[in-house]
Design a protein around this ligand. Structure first.
Ligand code: OGA
Ligand code: MN
Length: 307
């Protein structure tokens, strides 16, 4: 059966993919077709793909070098339910009991941070290229993951805003949202990811399309006061999150969503946290020359954090 892409949001954003078994290694042609499909649609949705942990890791590794994930780097293993450090545990399950985690459990709190619009690892020196997220247990109500198209977001900016941001950089800081949420991290955790700066406008190497590169980790914009920069970042995220740029994925078990973190933001939507919701994620590091050239120097840590 040939691999087919059916657009499900608009002509160039989000496609449902049929005719491929993700449990098996993809042949070179299929892999190239998937990457081309991702360049065009940015978010690929696959149904009925029950992947065990080894298959999930193997799938991700075909798309590039896998990252070990924030839980390993920052949370110092809140808990470890999976055999591979490459699998991020995006669940509200307490590994010790196997039950739904208490609302104060770090695992539950980590999920709350995912409710802000973000690109995975935008705050890291090497952000992610692809993330692959799959659901084992879905929430009965809510708990969708929303994706917002950074290409159409750029295209629909007014000319004044395009000119305003054309040559500016934004500082992304991992703990910006955690501090906003009132999460008190240890001083040593604050130093794991020093802030990084990226241009606010980037070009996707695969599609050639311009991207509005701003997410909820942006705490400063070059050439602006801190308040003005934060207000602009807020405005840009509001623009990105308008419904015309957004696709909401309501999960069924064994759905797999492959998204290009360069081209989309995403966020998890609220659900009843007393209910079990289990997801696993792997992600590849963006090691492309295009991106590393785009990265500017890492800035000094905030005075406030540099204890
Ligand atoms: C993620 C993420 C959102 C969700 O896994 O990177 O942001 O809906 N998840 O769980
Ligand atoms: Mn995420």
């Amino acid at each position: 059966m040939p691999i087919t892409f059916t657009p499900i949001r608009n002509e160039t954003f989000v496609a449902s993919v049929d005719g491929v078994d993700l449990r098996k290694p993809l042949d070179a042609e299929t892999l190239a077709t998937v990457i081309e499909g991702s360049d065009r649609y940015a978010v690929l949705v696959f149904h009925d793909q029950p992947l065990n942990n080894e298959e999930l890791v193997a799938l991700g590794a075909q798309l590039g070098p896998l990252d070990v994930g924030l839980q390993e780097k920052l949370m110092k293993k809140v808990q470890d339910r999976y055999t591979s450090a490459a699998i991020s545990d995006i669940s509200n399950v307490d590994a010790a009991s196997g039950d739904v985690a208490d609302q104060a459990h770090k695992q539950a709190i980590m999920n709350v941070g995912n409710r802000f619009w973000h690109s995975d690892s935008s705050y890291d020196r090497h952000p992610y290229r692809y993330s692959i997220l799959t659901a084992t247990t879905a929430a009965s109500k809510g708990g969708a993951t929303e994706y917002a198209d950074l290409r159409s977001a750029y295209d629909t900016l007014d000319d004044d805003t395009k000119a305003l941001i054309a040559d500016r950089t934004a500082t992304f800081y991992s703990h910006f949202t955690r501090q906003w949420l009132g999460i008190e991290d240890r001083p040593e955790d604050l130093r794991v990811f020093p802030p990084v700066r990226w241009p606010l406008v980037r070009t996707h190497p695969g599609s050639g399309r311009k991207l509005l590169w701003c997410d909820s980790k942006v705490c400063e914009i070059s050439g602006m006061s801190i308040p003005e920069g934060r207000a602009l970042a807020h405005e840009l995220i509001e623009h990105i999150g308008q419904r015309e740029h957004v696709y909401s994925h309501y999960w069924k078990p064994n759905d797999v969503v492959l998204y290009d973190n360069r081209s989309v933001l995403h966020r998890g939507r609220r659900f009843d946290m007393r209910e079990r919701r289990e997801m696993r994620r792997v992600a590849t590091v963006d090691d492309s020359t295009a991106l590393s050239q785009a990265r500017l120097d890492v800035v000094a840590p905030f005075a406030r954090d540099a204890a």
